[in-house]
Ligand binder design. Structure first.
Ligand code: 7RM
Length: 647
C-alpha cells in the first residue's frame, strides 16, 4: 500500500527558456522581483500599490491580518473607475483604443478611453438617478457587449457593488443571486448573439424578477432586437436613460476596503457562495499581475482574453487589470465556431493581437477541430499566450505552443481562483523557463506550499496546495456567512488557506496542479490524480481530450474509468490506449474501461464535471445538473453505459 498523499506519476522533461529576443524587451528578466518579495512581501505589495495604482489618499497600514480576515492599504482611498479611465485620459491617452469590440454577426465598435469614460460618467449618473448609491448592490446579466464593461465601471465609480451573473445562467440562478445580495437594480439586455442566433435575456430576467422583491429598477440594453415586455415604472431602456442623464460624474474616493463586487461560485455542494472582493488590494493585485504575467506593454500590445465577464477571469483580466494598465484589448461577443472553426484566429489576424489568454477546454477543442484552422491565418503578431481554468495537459500545451504560438511565444499557465481575485502561480514570460503542463512557481508576493494530509510541508511529490500568507486580492469573505468562509477555506490546515486543489513539486521545485482533491482516485491504496491519467491519455496522438474518474470496484476499491474524445479524423482502439497509459505513467494507472465520446460534460465556464461522470460510471441517478453547459452529453453517456452493461 502506497502512503503518498497523492502520487506523482507523470514525468515531463521538456523545458522552454524565454528567448533572448523576448528577454531583451521584457519587464522582468532574472530573479530580482522574486528576491525583493521574499525579503518582505508586504513591502513588495506596497511598492506595487504605490507605483501601479493612483490613490486620492495614501494608506496608513499595508496589511491588517486577523486570520482569516485581511485588510489591505488600510486608510487609503481611491476610485477604481478613475484608475481604469480618467487617469489615462488625463495623461493624454484619451484617443487610445480601449476596446476593439467584435459582435458575433461581424458588426464592430471601436471605443477609445475618452469615449469609455464619457459613457461611464453618463451611466453612473443614470444609476444615481435610479437611486443607486454607495454600498448598494447592482446585478448585471448581460451578453459580452461593451455595456457590460460600462455597467461594472459605473458601479465602481459610484461605490455600488456589482454582482455579475453569466448570461448563460438560468432565471432561477439569477433570482437566487439577486436575492442573496438584495440587489436594488438589475442591468440586462433584450438578448445577445450566440451561434448565429439571438438568445433571450430579458425574458429570462422577467422570470427571475417574479421572485426578487429587492429589485426596484431594471435597465435594458438593446442588442438582440428581440421583442421584450417592458414593465412601466420599473423597466427602462439603457439608451433612454443615457439620453436623459447628465454628462459629468466626478469619481469620488472610496475606502480601500469598500466592497467592489460579489461574484458567486457554485462550488460542489450547497448554495452558491457570494465571494467578496474589495477595492485597493484587488486593484493592486490585478494591475500588477496583468502587467507582469503578460509582460504588457500598453503602448504597443493588443491584448485579448476570451473569457466571459460573468467569470472572475473576465472581471480581473478583461475589465479591471487591462483597463487599469491602459491596455488596448479585443472583446468578442460570440462562440469560437461561428461562422467557422477559425473565428478566433481570424480575429487575432484582423486586430493583430499580441497577447492571447484562453482556457484548456478551448485549446483541446481547437485540437479536435484540427491544425488547418489556425493555419488559415497569420498569427505572427502573437508574442505571449496564456491558459487558465484547469490544468493544461502537456500535449495540449505543446499543441498551443506549436500551432498558436508557432514555437516562439512563452506560455503562461496561470493558476488562481475566484477566491484569490488574481493570478497566484504562473511563469513570468521573460524570466521563467517553462515546462509543458506546469504552472511553475508562485508569483513574487505570493506564498504557496504543498502539504500532506497532516499539514506537513512537502518539498517533493504530491499533496495539497495551500497559501501561506495573505495577499491583496484575496477574498474578504462570503457574503452574509463569515462562518462558512472560515470553515471552507481556513479550517483544513490551521493557519493556511486551502484551495481545494492537489499539486506536486518535481525535482526542480516546479509546481504541477493535479486537479481538485475531491476527484483524486484511490486504486488499491494508490492515490492517483485525475490530471495525470488524463494527461497520459491526451499524450496519445489520437486523443484530444480525456476525463477520468474513480468508480467503486470490488477488487481495487476504485477503478479508473476514462471518457475520451479523439482528435478530428483520428482512430485508436481501447486496449492500445490502455497500454499507452501504462507505458506513460505505470500499470497502476491503466483505465479499466474507456468510453469514446464526442463531448464531455462541462460547467458553463468549461471545466470538466467529473462528479457527473462518476454518477454515470456507478450507475447512479444524476445529481444536480443545473450547472452543466450541455445536459444532453451525460444523458448520451448514461445510455451508452446502460447499453454496455447489457452487452
Ligand atoms: C480562474 C478560475 C478555480 C479552480 C482552481 C483549479 C482550477 C484554474 C488553473 C487551474 C490548474 C491552472 N477561477 N484552475 N486555473 N488548475 N491549472 N492554471 O478558473 O474559481 O473558476 O476556478 O480552477 O482547480 O481551484 S475559478
Amino acid at each position: 500500500m502506497a502512503d503518498e498523499t497523492i502520487e506523482a506519476l507523470l514525468l515531463e522533461q521538456r523545458k522552454f527558456p524565454p528567448s533572448e529576443a523576448f528577454k531583451s524587451r521584457a519587464h522582468v528578466v532574472g530573479t530580482h522581483l522574486y528576491d525583493e518579495a521574499a525579503q518582505d512581501y508586504e513591502a513588495f505589495w506596497a511598492r506595487q500599490a504605490d507605483e501601479l495604482v493612483s490613490w486620492s489618499r495614501p494608506w496608513g497600514t499595508v496589511c491588517e491580518w486577523n486570520l482569516p480576515f485581511s485588510k489591505w492599504f488600510v486608510g487609503g482611498q481611491l476610485n477604481v473607475a478613475y484608475n481604469c479611465l480618467d487617469r489615462h485620459v488625463e495623461a493624454g491617452r484619451g484617443g487610445k483604443v480601449a476596446i476593439h469590440w467584435e459582435g458575433e454577426p461581424g458588426d464592430t465598435r471601436t471605443i477609445t478611453y475618452a469615449e469609455l469614460l464619457a459613457e461611464v460618467e453618463r451611466f453612473s449618473n443614470a444609476l444615481k438617478d435610479l437611486g443607486v448609491g454607495r454600498g448598494d448592490r447592482v446585478n448585471i446579466y448581460l451578453p459580452m457587449i461593451p455595456e457590460a464593461v460600462v455597467a461594472m465601471l459605473s458601479c465602481a465609480r459610484i461605490g455600488a457593488a456589482h454582482s455579475v451573473v453569466f448570461g448563460g445562467f438560468s432565471s432561477q440562478a439569477l433570482a437566487d443571486r439577486i436575492n442573496d445580495a438584495s440587489a436594488k437594480v438589475l442591468i440586462t439586455a433584450d438578448g445577445g448573439w450566440r451561434r448565429g442566433e439571438v438568445f433571450p435575456l430579458k425574458p429570462q430576467a422577467d422570470e427571475a424578477l417574479a421572485s426578487t422583491p429587492s429589485i426596484e429598477h431594471v435597465v435594458v440594453v438593446k442588442r438582440g432586437g428581440n421583442t421584450v415586455d417592458m414593465k412601466s415604472g420599473r423597466d427602462h431602456w439603457y439608451h433612454d436613460l443615457m439620453a436623459n442623464a447628465s454628462a459629468k460624474c466626478p469619481a469620488e474616493p472610496m475606502d480601500s476596503e469598500q466592497l467592489l463586487f460579489l461574484l458567486y461560485t457554485s462550488g460542489t455542494t450547497g448554495k452558491p457562495k457570494g465571494i467578496m472582493h474589495t477595492t485597493g488590494g484587488y486593484l493592486t493585485h490585478v494591475t500588477y499581475t496583468h502587467k507582469y504575467v503578460f509582460d504588457l506593454h500598453a503602448d504597443t500590445d493588443v491584448y485579448w482574453c476570451t473569457a466571459d465577464v460573468g467569470w472572475v477571469t473576465g472581471h480581473s483580466y478583461i475589465v479591471y487589470g487591462p483597463l487599469s494598465n491602459g491596455a488596448t484589448q479585443v472583446i468578442y461577443e460570440g462562440v469560437p465556431n461561428h461562422p467557422g472553426n477559425d473565428r478566433l484566429w481570424s480575429i487575432v489576424e484582423k486586430y493583430k493581437v499580441t497577447i492571447f489568454y484562453t482556457a484548456p477546454t478551448a485549446i483541446r477543442t481547437f485540437m479536435k477541430w484540427g491544425t488547418q484552422e489556425p493555419a488559415k491565418h497569420d498569427l505572427s503578431s502573437l508574442r505571449v499566450i496564456g491558459s487558465v481554468g484547469e490544468p493544461i495537459n502537456p500535449e495540449a500545451w505543446m499543441w498551443y505552443h506549436e500551432h498558436i504560438g508557432r514555437g516562439n511565444c512563452p506560455i503562461v499557465d496561470t493558476w488562481w481562483q475566484t477566491e484569490t481575485g488574481g493570478i497566484m502561480i504562473s511563469p513570468l514570460p521573460g524570466a521563467t523557463t517553462t515546462k509543458p503542463g506546469s504552472a511553475t512557481f508562485p508569483l513574487p508576493g505570493v506564498g504557496a506550499e504543498v502539504v500532506d494530509e497532516n499539514g506537513k510541508v512537502v518539498t517533493k511529490g504530491g499533496g495539497y496546495l495551500t497559501l501561506t500568507h495573505p495577499w491583496p486580492g484575496m477574498l474578504r469573505g462570503i457574503w452574509g456567512d463569515p462562518e462558512r468562509y472560515k470553515e471552507t477555506y481556513w479550517s483544513r490546515f490551521p493557519g493556511r488557506y486551502f484551495a481545494g486543489d492537489g499539486a506536486k513539486l518535481d525535482d526542480d521545485g516546479y509546481l504541477w496542479l493535479l486537479g481538485r482533491v475531491d476527484d483524486v482516485m484511490n486504486v488499491s491504496g494508490h492515490r492517483i490524480s485525475t490530471t495525470e491519467v488524463e494527461s497520459a491519455l491526451v499524450s496519445h496522438p489520437s486523443v484530444a481530450e480525456a476525463a477520468v474518474v474513480g468508480a467503486n470496484d470490488a477488487t481495487t476499491g476504485q477503478a479508473i474509468i476514462a471518457y475520451v474524445t479523439l482528435r478530428g479524423g483520428a482512430q485508436v482502439n481501447e486496449s492500445d490506449l490502455r497500454n499507452h497509459v501504462a507505458k506513460e505513467i505505470g500499470a497502476i494507472a491503466k483505465p479499466k474501461t474507456i468510453y469514446f465520446t464526442p463531448d464531455l460534460p462541462k460547467t458553463r465556464s468549461g471545466k470538466i464535471m467529473r462528479r457527473l461522470l462518476r454518477d454515470v460510471a456507478e450507475g447512479r441517478n444524476l445529481g444536480d445538473t443545473t450547472t452543466l453547459a450541455d445536459a444532453s452529453v451525460v444523458t448520451e453517456l448514461q445510455q451508452r453505459a446502460a447499453q454496455s452493461s447489457e452487452d
